[in-house]
Design a protein around this ligand. Structure first.
Ligand SMILES: [Zn+2]
Ligand SMILES: [Zn+2]
Ligand SMILES: [Zn+2]
Length: 170
C-alpha cells in the first residue's frame, strides 16, 4: 500500500491498549484513567455499540440547555468533587464550585452524570463564571491528553468545550 496515513493513536479504555482513532465516550468523575476521560477505538465502539459523547442524544433540562451545552457540560471534568458536594450542588440548585444559587435560566447544565461506583446519578449546574473557568481548564486538559489534538488533527471531541468556553465568557 502506498498511501501514507497519519495515525492517531490513543488509549482505548475498553480493550485496554493503545489504539487508532479513539473518541471520547464518557467522562468518569470517579475514574482514575486518563484524567477521568474514557476513550474507545473504532472496533470497540462497534462491538459495544458506543456513541462518541459529542454525538449522543442527551436529555435536556430546562429551556436554556441546548444539546451543545448539555454535551459540553458533560465534558467538564469534576475530579474528586462528588463526595464533597451538597444535595443542592448534586441536584443543580447550587454551583458546585462557588455554591451560588442557579436555576435552568442562569446556570450552565453540566449534564446527567452516572456515578457507577456510588450507584447514583447527579445533575449539576454551574454559574456562568465558574462554567467559563472550568470549560477553559478542561479544554486545556483535553488538548494535553488527546493524541488527535497533540498532532493538530481536527478533533470533534473538543469543539463543544471550546464553544462553551467562548459562550460563557463575560
Ligand atoms: Zn478498543
Ligand atoms: Zn460558580
Ligand atoms: Zn482532542
Amino acid at each position: 500500500m502506498s498511501t501514507v496515513e497519519i495515525r492517531v493513536v490513543g488509549w482505548c479504555a475498553w480493550h485496554q491498549d493503545a489504539a487508532d482513532d479513539v473518541r471520547v465516550i464518557q467522562v468518569d468523575e470517579q475514574g482514575s484513567g486518563r484524567g477521568g476521560v474514557r476513550y474507545a477505538c473504532g472496533p470497540c465502539r462497534k462491538r459495544h455499540k458506543l456513541v462518541p459523547l459529542v454525538e449522543q442524544e442527551l436529555p435536556r433540562r430546562g429551556p436554556a440547555a441546548t444539546a451543545v451545552e448539555a454535551c459540553a457540560g458533560l465534558l467538564i471534568l469534576m475530579p474528586g468533587m462528588f463526595p464533597l458536594m451538597t444535595a443542592g450542588q448534586r441536584e443543580g440548585r447550587n454551583c458546585p464550585w462557588c455554591n451560588e444559587p442557579v436555576d435552568t435560566e442562569t446556570g450552565v447544565d453540566l449534564g446527567e452524570r452516572h456515578l457507577d461506583r456510588a450507584q447514583t446519578v447527579i445533575h449539576p449546574r454551574a454559574c456562568r463564571p465558574c462554567a467559563h473557568r472550568e470549560a477553559t481548564s478542561s479544554f486545556a486538559h483535553h488538548c494535553r491528553m488527546c493524541e488527535r489534538c497533540r498532532q493538530d488533527e481536527y478533533c470533534p471531541d473538543k469543539m463543544p468545550l471550546r464553544r462553551l468556553a467562548i459562550e460563557t465568557r463575560s
